[in-house]
Write a protein that binds this ligand. Structure first.
Ligand SMILES: [Fe+2]
Ligand SMILES: [Fe+2]
Length: 164
C-alpha cells in the first residue's frame, strides 16, 4: 500500500530481538495472561506501544536510543496482575502501576536510566512529574494513542456494523 507508513527495518529487527530477550530473561510472557483494554492483552498492548514509538521516532526523524526506547516501551506496563479483578489494591491502579512496573522490571532486568524513566513516567500527566528524555516522551504519547484505539476500537466496529 502506497500510503502505508512503517518504522525502518533496523527498528523492527531490534524490536523482534528485544521481545525475545525480555521473554527469555524475565516475565514479559506473563503479560499474555492479563487483559489491558477491551480484548487486548497487556503483552499485545506493550508490543504495539513499542511499534508505535518506533513509528513516531522514524516519521519525525528523531535521534533516539532505539534499544532503550523499545525495552522501556515493552516493560512500561510490567505490573503483572489483572487490574480488572475486584481488589482494594487495584483501586488506584492508574496512579500506582507505573511504579509497580518499575519495581518488577528492576527485579528481573538490568535497566538503564532511560528505561527506568520511560516506565516511571509513562502515566504523565496522571502522574504529575513529566518525562526527562525524548524516549520517555515518545512512549508516553504512543501509550495514550494505543490505549485510545484499544478502548474505542470495538465500539467503532460495533457502530460500523450497526450502520450496516
Ligand atoms: Fe500504563
Ligand atoms: Fe500502557
Amino acid at each position: 500500500m502506497e500510503n502505508q507508513i512503517y518504522p525502518d527495518v533496523a527498528g523492527i529487527d531490534i524490536l523482534e530481538c528485544t521481545i525475545y530477550e525480555l521473554e527469555e530473561q524475565g516475565r514479559l510472557g506473563q503479560e499474555k495472561e492479563y487483559i489491558q483494554h477491551g480484548t487486548t492483552t497487556v503483552y499485545e498492548h506493550s508490543v504495539r506501544v513499542a511499534y508505535i514509538s518506533l513509528l513516531i521516532a522514524h516519521r519525525l526523524k528523531l535521534k533516539v536510543d532505539y534499544k532503550s526506547m523499545i525495552r522501556g516501551a515493552l516493560l512500561h506496563d510490567y505490573f503483572l496482575y489483572d487490574w480488572h479483578e475486584k481488589d482494594d489494591s487495584h483501586k488506584l491502579h492508574g496512579f500506582t502501576h507505573a511504579m509497580t512496573s518499575l519495581r518488577n522490571a528492576k527485579k528481573d532486568y538490568n535497566l538503564n536510566w532511560k528505561e527506568k524513566e520511560i516506565i516511571a513516567k509513562h502515566m504523565f500527566p496522571l502522574n504529575i512529574i513529566p518525562p526527562h528524555c525524548i524516549e520517555a516522551w515518545i512512549v508516553c504519547m504512543a501509550d495514550k494513542y494505543c490505549a485510545t484505539l484499544e478502548t474505542l476500537g470495538p465500539l467503532m466496529l460495533w457502530k460500523r456494523w450497526m450502520a450496516g
